[in-house]
Write a protein that binds this ligand. Structure first.
Ligand SMILES: C[S@@+](CC[C@H](N)C(=O)[O-])C[C@H]1O[C@@H](n2cnc3c(N)ncnc32)[C@H](O)[C@@H]1O
Length: 360
C-alpha cells in the first residue's frame, strides 16, 4: 500500500507548526518564549526600582512604621503618593516587599538584606556593587576597544571607600564563619597580613577570635581610613599596623606571617597580577603559614555559576585588567606558587575561599 503524504487534518496546523515531528528522537517545533530577552531588558528597571527604594529610605520607613499604606509611606519619606505606589508595586514585583489589600510590608528578604540595620544588610552596597553606572551604557565600546572609558583605577579611593563600607557586613560574616572551616582561632598568637583589606573584615574576624593575634593591614592611602575606623569600632585597632601602599609593591617581610589574606583583590588584577599576589603571599608567609584567597570563582565551563560569570563581566566593564577566573586556574596558580593542602571552603552562601598552606 503506497503512502500519500497528506496535509494536516486542520489546515492551520501545517507541518512547520507545532506537532510537526523532526529529528530523532522526535521533537516538536515550538517557538521559544521571549522571557530571557525580557528578563535582560527588565534588568535595568529592576535595578533602578531597588536603588530608588533604598535612596528613598522605603525599607527603613516600613521597618519603623510597620505594615502601611502607600499614603503613609509617602508621607513618611516625602514622596508623591501615586509615584510611590507605582514604585512600591515594582518592589513587590521584585519579591522584595509583600502587599495585601493595599498595605505594604517588609518580607523576610527585605528584613535581612535591605533595611540598613538588617543582620546581613546590603543596603549600602546596592548603589556601588555594579561599578560606575555610566560604564554599562558604554559596554559595547569597551568591548571594541578593550578598555573602559572610566576605569575605577582612575580614582580608586572614590570607588572603593563606599564599596568596602557596603561589603563589610557580608565579608565580616563570611570571615567570622570561616573559622568553623579554617580553625584560625586554634592559633594562639597569629600574625596576619590583610592585603587590599578594605574595611579589614578578615583581619578583624581573626583578631577577635585570637586575643593575642596581631595584624598588618594594607590598602591604598585613601581607603585605609575605613579599616582604621572599623578596627576601632571592633576594638582591635591597638593590635593593628596600618601599611598604606600598592599591594604589588608595598614592602613585605620574608617568612614572617602566619596568615595572609587576599580577600576579593585578585579579580581586578588580570592573570599576571593575581599570580604575582599569590607569589608574594607565599614569600611573606612563614613555613606552615596559611593563605586565604577569597573571590568569586567561575566554573570550568564558565556558565554554571551566573553570579560569578556576571561579576567577571562587571570587572571587564569597569576595570583596566579585571576578569573572573575559574577554580581550576586559581588551583593551578596556588599550587605552582608552592602551596600544598589546597582546599575550597564556602563559609556562607556564594562566598568561597581557597585555603592553602606553605609547606614546612
Ligand atoms: C573588593 S575590595 C575587597 C576588600 C576586602 N579585602 C574584602 O575582602 O572585603 C578590594 C580592595 O582592594 C584595594 N585595592 C585595590 N587596588 C589596590 C592596590 N593596588 N593596592 C592596595 N590595595 C588595593 C581597594 O582599595 C579595596 O579596598
Amino acid at each position: 500500500m503506497s503512502f500519500e503524504p497528506r496535509d494536516a487534518p486542520y489546515p492551520e496546523l501545517k507541518n512547520s507548526h507545532t506537532m510537526a515531528h523532526t529529528g530523532r528522537p522526535w521533537t516538536d517545533f515550538k517557538p521559544p518564549p521571549s522571557a530571557p530577552v525580557w528578563a535582560a531588558v527588565e534588568g535595568l528597571g529592576r535595578y533602578y526600582i531597588l536603588l530608588a527604594a533604598i535612596e528613598l529610605d522605603v525599607f527603613d520607613a516600613l521597618q519603623r512604621l510597620g505594615p502601611s499604606s502607600a499614603e503613609d509611606v509617602a508621607a513618611d519619606v516625602g514622596a508623591a503618593v501615586e509615584h510611590l505606589r507605582s514604585l512600591l508595586d515594582g518592589v513587590v514585583a521584585l519579591e522584595l516587599l509583600d502587599q495585601f489589600n493595599d498595605v505594604y510590608e517588609l518580607n523576610d528578604t527585605a528584613r535581612r538584606y535591605l533595611v540598613s540595620d538588617g543582620p546581613a544588610t546590603m543596603a549600602e552596597l546596592i548603589a556601588v556593587a555594579t561599578g560606575p553606572h555610566d560604564n554599562w551604557t558604554r559596554l559595547a565600546e569597551t568591548v571594541r576597544s578593550g578598555r573602559p572609558s572610566m576605569p575605577i583605577e582612575n580614582d580608586p579611593a572614590a570607588f572603593y571607600v563606599p564599596l568596602v563600607e557596603g561589603t563589610f557586613t557580608t565579608m565580616f560574616r563570611c570571615a567570622t564563619r570561616a573559622d568553623l572551616k579554617i580553625r584560625y582561632s586554634a592559633r594562639s598568637a597569629p600574625l596576619v597580613l590583610d592585603l587590599g583589606a578594605g574595611g579589614a573584615p578578615w583581619a578583624i574576624a581573626i583578631l577577635k577570635a585570637c586575643p593575642e593575634g596581631r595584624a598588618v593591614i594594607n590598602d591604598l592611602d585613601g581607603v585605609l581610613p575605613v579599616a582604621q575606623a572599623k578596627t576601632l569600632e571592633h576594638e582591635v585597632a591597638d593590635r593593628c599596623e596600618f601599611r598604606p601602599g600598592d599591594f604589588h609593591t608595598v614592602t613585605l617581610e620574608v617568612d614572617h606571617y602566619d596568615i595572609v589574606v587576599l580577600g576579593h583583590i585578585c579579580r581586578t588584577e588580570g592573570e599576571a597580577g593575581a599570580r604575582s599576589l599569590i607569589t608574594r603571599a607565599f614569600a611573606t608567609l612563614k613555613p606552615g603559614g596559611t593563605l586565604i584567597l577569597a573571590d568569586y570563582f567561575v566554573d570550568v565551563e564558565r556558565k554554571f555559576n551566573p553570579h560569578a560569570v556576571i561579576m567577571g563581566t562587571t570587572m571587564m566593564a569597569s576595570t583596566e585588567r579585571g576578569f573572573c577566573f575559574t577554580h581550576q586556574q586559581f588551583s593551578e596558580w596556588i599550587r605552582e606558587a608552592g602551596f600544598g593542602q589546597l582546599r575550597l571552603v564556602e563559609p556562607i552562601g556564594f562566598q568561597q575561599s581557597f585555603v592553602a598552606v606553605k609547606p614546612r
